[in-house]
Design a protein around this ligand. Sequence first.
Ligand code: NAD
Ligand code: ZN
Length: 337
Amino acid sequence: MKATLYEGNKTFAVVEKENETPAAGEVRIKVAYCGVCGTDVHIYHGMMDQRVNIPQIIGHEMSGTVDAIGEGVTGFEVGEKVTVRPLDNRLEAESDKGFGHIAKKLKFIGIDSPGAMQQYWNVPAFTLHKLNQTTDLKLAALVEPLAVACHDVRRGRLLQGETAVVLGGGPIGLLVAMVAKSKGANVVISEVNDIRIKMAEDMGFEVVNPVKTDLVAYIEEKTNGGLADVVFEVAGVQPSLDVMTEVAGIRGRIVMVAIHGEKKPVDLFKFFWKELELIGARVYEGEDYEESIDLITKNELPFETLITAVEPLDNIQQLFEQIDTNPNGMKYLVDCQ
Ligand SMILES: NC(=O)c1ccc[n+]([C@@H]2O[C@H](COP(=O)([O-])OP(=O)(O)OC[C@H]3O[C@@H](n4cnc5c(N)ncnc54)[C@H](O)[C@@H]3O)[C@@H](O)[C@H]2O)c1
Ligand SMILES: [Zn+2]
């Protein structure tokens, strides 16, 4: 079988590897598609060389079918369509209070252990979620990032009829906007990149470019002064942190989706003045995966539009180079067969 290896120094290799029998408690998956996550791009750029075990197979946004079943595993049949929730919480402790998805000793499969950018992948059976047998496996590679969005919207307690402002219209921001819209919220996306603005508009979203239009005044007018009920910070930049506390209305909830690597200033006075809430959101829980699978199976949202390109495993090096040179692209998939 073929596998890809991140070798450090912006280099991938495509290698022949033995197709291993799944160990007890594991399932072997014939990987159909694996999406490239922002994290995979960080790994490619060498920013996570301390954490990954070079040379390493990466990738965690995948879909596939059950290919072989290890000892002791029940409830799965060969040929069934599945996806993996890549969280290994086997070291979860009582002090993690039941929140295995953010447990102190959580391991992320595809970063801390081998990932899905190969033809066959052995994973612990507890990470599997069944797909509907009619589910399109290409779209199912979006289940993982869509589950992030489902989690974000759930953490924000967004209700039908509320106004949601999504700061940043990248892949995650667009998915958050889609889930928010599916809940019956009035959604406005704030995005600065013209190509991404056009894309979001083509998907039917109301989009504001905060460099050209005063976002706060725009939302104020739209809501008769009430401003946003929920703000999703999905841009990860200081201007977005500056505007999030302005654009949130009284008792507004701000969901922190973006990963901020360093400490940054935030207007804490606004939390006092408007009784704002700041809500952290990290990955997903089982119920977010199930909701995401349901949305992908129904396929009533513009998921297909998010897929910029699909490349075979053999072209992994060119694929990552292409992602580097085209910052406007959204989701790139690897066809693992
Ligand atoms: N919480 C989690 O578990 C989780 C999971 C996945 C990703 N993330 C994080 O979510 C964030 C978004 O991910 P992504 O893949 O969509 O990233 P991305 O970089 O593709 O998207 C960010 C978008 O914000 C836009 N932007 C930049 N400045 C802006 C501004 N001032 N106002 C409005 N928009 C602006 C950019 O043009 C870009 O389109 C990242 O920080 C990522 O690390 C978090
Ligand atoms: Zn991801």
